[in-house]
Design a protein around this ligand. Structure first.
Ligand SMILES: *Cc1c(COP(=O)(O)O)cnc(C)c1O
Length: 378
């Protein structure tokens, strides 16, 4: 059996049998010649199947240890395709501080098709039990969450879901299969915004779905081909190129994050640090159990809004931008950026205050990153 870091390099479909090219060719084609009617080499039309995309889908299938992988034109296209498994009257339960775009598509698009959604603190099984109805069909988890890094017990939730005939879907964007494999913990479907760590270089927007069972894989392929939000061959190639270095990048992100968390925790102007790797984090032990790393995302609370503004203006290496998971460090103010569409009261309830700063720690030299934060905080 291939170990993870070997699988990142040798997994999926590597190279090209025709020429011996080591890198998967970019098959920039929409259609394929048939020898006679219906006789072809497995490819008919690129919405249905494209060799470059298929190589990526096979790689992701192997990394998440599922039955089949599917590549979409964005994380939101991937999430929306999953929602096409459901029908009017169905109800789903979501992690409360789920990605803003997921909240929006459920509340403002899919609600028109009468697919209902509840958002609860999934770190507590009791909260999930409280909102389950006869119409509930699935539980959708994001763990750790954005921006507060709350951790939900995947095993505990999937056990409950199985007892109640519900599907479990996990957004694995933050940890990637390098650190966390939800299908091995009982989940049915994993989804990624591959725009983030999988791509890793802030140069491609993409989404990935991996299904655990043949039945779900068949349904998802049918939906992918029917609705058509597929990833193009160029972007499929870029994503594979990114994934080959996922292991070294994730290790570097985490090592830098540990150093930065240590610095932030001892800084007098930092009131609170959110990171699952800290021993006082409420789900620290759970995070350690179900994942092999804590990741590269950290949020922290500073003493005033004016300090937030000052930090944003004076950082040199941290790029003020939305998104996350790339080689360069990014900094953002969730309440005014990624989470601005959430009403003020709701943000307060969740703890997304105006003095909360989120950073996506890159793979620069951590000494430069710490010096940068130090000068910005002083
Ligand atoms: C960015 C993100 C998404 C949406 O993905 P896009 O590629 O931007 O469409 C979904 N979930 C999480 C956790 C994300 O960070």
């Amino acid at each position: 059996m291939m170990r993870k870091r070997t699988k990142l390099i040798h997994g999926g479909i590597v190279g090209d049998v025709l020429t011996g090219a080591v890198s998967t060719p970019i098959y920039q084609t929409s259609t394929y010649k048939q020898e006679s009617v219906g006789v072809h080499k497995g490819y008919e039309y690129s919405r249905t199947k494209n060799p470059t995309r298929f190589a990526l889908e096979e790689l992701m299938k192997e990394l998440e240890e599922g039955e089949a992988g599917f590549a979409f034109s964005s994380g939101m296209a991937a999430i929306t395709a999953i929602m096409m498994l459901f029908k009017p009257g169905d109800h789903l339960i979501f992690t409360d501080d789920v990605y803003g775009g997921t909240y929006r598509v459920m509340k403002r698009v899919l609600n028109r098709f009468h697919i209902a959604s509840s958002f609860v603190d999934t770190t507590s099984l009791r909260e999930i039990e409280r909102v389950v109805t006869n119409q509930t069909k699935a539980i959708y988890l994001e763990t750790p969450t954005n921006p507060l890094l709350k951790v939900t017990g995947i095993k505990e939730v999937t056990a409950f879901a199985k007892e109640n005939n519900l599907l479990t879907i996990v957004d694995n964007t933050f940890l990637t299969p390098y650190f966390q494999q939800p299908l091995l913990l009982g989940a049915d479907i994993v989804v990624h915004s591959a725009t983030k760590y999988l791509g890793g270089h802030s140069d491609v927007v993409a989404g990935i779905v991996v299904a655990a069972s043949k039945e779900l894989a068949e349904q998802l392929h049918f939906i992918q081909n029917s609705t058509g939000g597929v990833l193009g061959p160029q972007d499929s190639w870029l994503l594979q190129r990114g994934i080959r270095t996922l292991g070294v990048r994730m290790n570097a992100h985490e090592e830098n994050t540990k150093a930065i968390v240590h610095f932030l925790e001892s800084h007098p102007k930092v009131k609170k640090v959110y990171y699952p790797g800290i021993s006082t984090h409420p789900q620290h032990h759970l995070a350690k159990q179900q994942a092999s790393g804590f990741g590269g995302m950290v949020s922290f609370e500073v003493e005033s809004e004016s300090l937030v503004d000052k930090i944003m203006q004076s950082v040199r290496y941290f790029v003020l931008a939305e998104s996350l998971g790339a080689v360069e460090s990014l900094i953002s103010v969730p309440s005014k950026m990624t989470h601005a569409s959430i009403p003020f009261e709701r943000r307060q309830e969740l703890g997304i205050t105006d003095t909360l700063i989120r950073i996506s720690v890159g793979i620069e030299d951590s000494r430069d990153l710490i010096e940068d934060l130090e000068q910005a905080l002083s």
